[in-house]
Design a protein around this ligand. Sequence first.
Ligand code: HPA
Ligand code: ZN
Length: 341
Amino acid sequence: MNSEWIRNLPKAELHLHIEGSLEPELMFSLAARNQIALPYASVEEVRAAYAFTNLQSFLDIYYAGAGVLWTEQDFFDLTWAYLERAHADGVVHAEIFFDPQTHTDRGVAFEPVVTGIHQALQQAQERWGMTSGLILCFLRHLSEEAALQTLQQALPFRDWIVGVGLDSSEIGHPPEKFARVFAQAEAEGFLKVAHAGEEGPSEYIWSALDVLGVARIDHGVRSEEDPDLMKRLATERVPLTVCPLSNTKLCVFGSMREHNLRRLLESGLCVTVNSDDPAYFGGYVAANYEAVAEALSLGTDHLAELARNSFRASFLPASEKSRRLAEVEAFVQGGGGNTSG
Ligand code: HPA
Ligand code: ZN
C-alpha cells in the first residue's frame, strides 16, 4: 500500500487520548523543566518498558508518564506536538480525549489543563484550518461521585468541550456505574461517547448505548461476539472508533492478521481507524491505516470508506461533514496524487 496515498487521504481522528501522545523525548524534557525524577535513564529505556500484556499493564505506565505534566504550557506543548503529527498524517479534523482526573488528583487545577489543550487546538485551526473537538473522559475505575465533581469543574469551560467519554480499566466498571453523570452531562448539552467492548464483554456495549445513550462506541471490537448487537450496530450505523495498533499492543488480538476490522466493516458497521495512545502503541493514525491495509489486504476502496466514515461519525455539523466528504471524493477521483495536502 502506498503510504503517501494514505497520508494524503483526508481523514478525521476520533479516538485519541492526548496524554497518550506523550512521546518519551517530550516526557524527558518536561521532567527536566518541572524538576521531576523519572524511573528511566534514557528514552530507549522508556520505550523498552512499553511491552504490554493487557489494558491495565499499559494504564499503569500511562498514568505514571502523565506525572510530568503540570503547567498550561506543558499541556499546550503536548497537544501541539500531537497536532503537528496528525496534520502530517492527513488529519483535517480531530476529536481528542483528555483525562482531567489524572491531573486534578495530583493537585493540578482543571483550568491550566483545559486551557493549554484549547489554545493548541485554536492554533491548529488558525494555521491549517484543522477543526477539532475536545472530549472530557471520566476515569471509570474511580467513583461516580468523583465523575460528578469533575463534570462540575468542567462547566465554566462548557464552550471548549464538545462531549464526555468514559475510559480506563474496563472490566468490573460497566457503563451503568455512570448512568447519573451521563444523564447530567446530557442535560448540560454535552455529546456522549464511551469505551466499551475493548476488553470488556459485549454487554457493556449494550449498556453504553441503552443506559448512557452514547452516540459512538470507542473500540467496540468485541461486538462481533453477539449477532444481535452486530445487527443493531449495522442498522443504526453506530460508529465504532477502532484502534488497530492499540488492540495488538494490548493483546486484544494476537496479531494484526487476526484483527476483525475488515469483518466489522464488511458487516455494514460504521468502522473508523484511530490511534488511541500513539506514543505508547507505535504509530499515529496513518500508521494504523497502513497496518490494517497490509495485514488485512485492504485496497483503496476500503481505505476511502474508512476515511468517509471518520467524517460521518464525527461531531461536525452537517455542512462541514459534506464539505469534508467532498474532499475525500476529490482526492479519490483525482487518483490521490493532485492534492496539496
Ligand atoms: N482504553 C481505556 N482507557 C484508556 C485507553 C484505552 O485504550 N487509552 C487511554 N485510556
Ligand atoms: Zn482509548
